[in-house]
Design a protein around this ligand. Sequence first.
Ligand code: PMP
Length: 311
Amino acid sequence: MTTKYAFFEGSVVPIDEAKVSIMTHAFNYGTGCFEGIRAYWNETEEQLYVLKLREHYQRFMQSCKIILISLPYDVDEMCKTTIELLQKEAFREDTYIRPLAYKAESGVGVRLHNLRDACAIFATPFGKYIDKEEGAKVGVSSWRRINDNAVPARAKITGAYINSALIKTDAMMNGFDEAIVLTQEGHVSEGSAENLFIVRDGKLVTSPVTDDILEGITRTTLMELAHKELGLETVERPIDRTELYVADEAFFCGTGVQIAAISEIDHRPVGTGKIGPIVTELRDLYFSIARGEREDYKHWVSPVYAPVPAV
Ligand code: PMP
């Protein structure tokens, strides 16, 4: 299955009609923001569940606010439009949804003000992000994370992803699966496009929101699950580079990457070098909730299709 439609210029149109000019401001200067949302196919229920739909559009609106984009839609309308687009696509497999808001005006001149804003959404079938979800080999990047006073990482800004692209490609060219990137001050920030947790002495530790991370929805979700379901607290505090080398477990999380265990950092095994018990438990929990298999967490997922009537 491939993408057939998009929400573009206010309505759902065939994907081939959803085109922008090379003169578009956002194409020239990266003046847009976006979201990445996943929907999970539940074969038993023949249902597609969108995970944390509202939370993604709440963050989308925050990104818009930071880069002075104003849209004629609110969170509820964006959620509704997304569900309608997915119904039209009729995917019966795991799907990735990409909303975009951008400076749509044609012409030259770097700024954010006095420019026409637009919004678009497309969806596409999508599987794994990192091949080795069972244990990625990771290096600390020689690139640094963008700083809040230069390019805010808290907003999911299209142009900011050149930082992620430099980090990711450099890591792969150096033989790693992913990278961990440090802040300008030298603390651990996150992965190229995912948040990071380590386990030390039975506690989860993750970088604080003030260390130039994207305030990940999966990150918040896992902190809540760890607390409620595993009785584990998460400490949000600055992390030193060498704490990575002595961690018992380490893993990435994010909508795209889902939950990916890290088996090696800078050629040193993480813990035993095998996928650890905490990440394993969190991952199983996360996938069952995402696929709508847990009644007690059904409010975290939004069904796309009308339920199939019981025979
Ligand atoms: N950090 C960055 C830079 C990202 O691009 C992403 C993916 N959106 C994340 C973290 C994870 O965020 P989320 O869990 O909200 O997908």
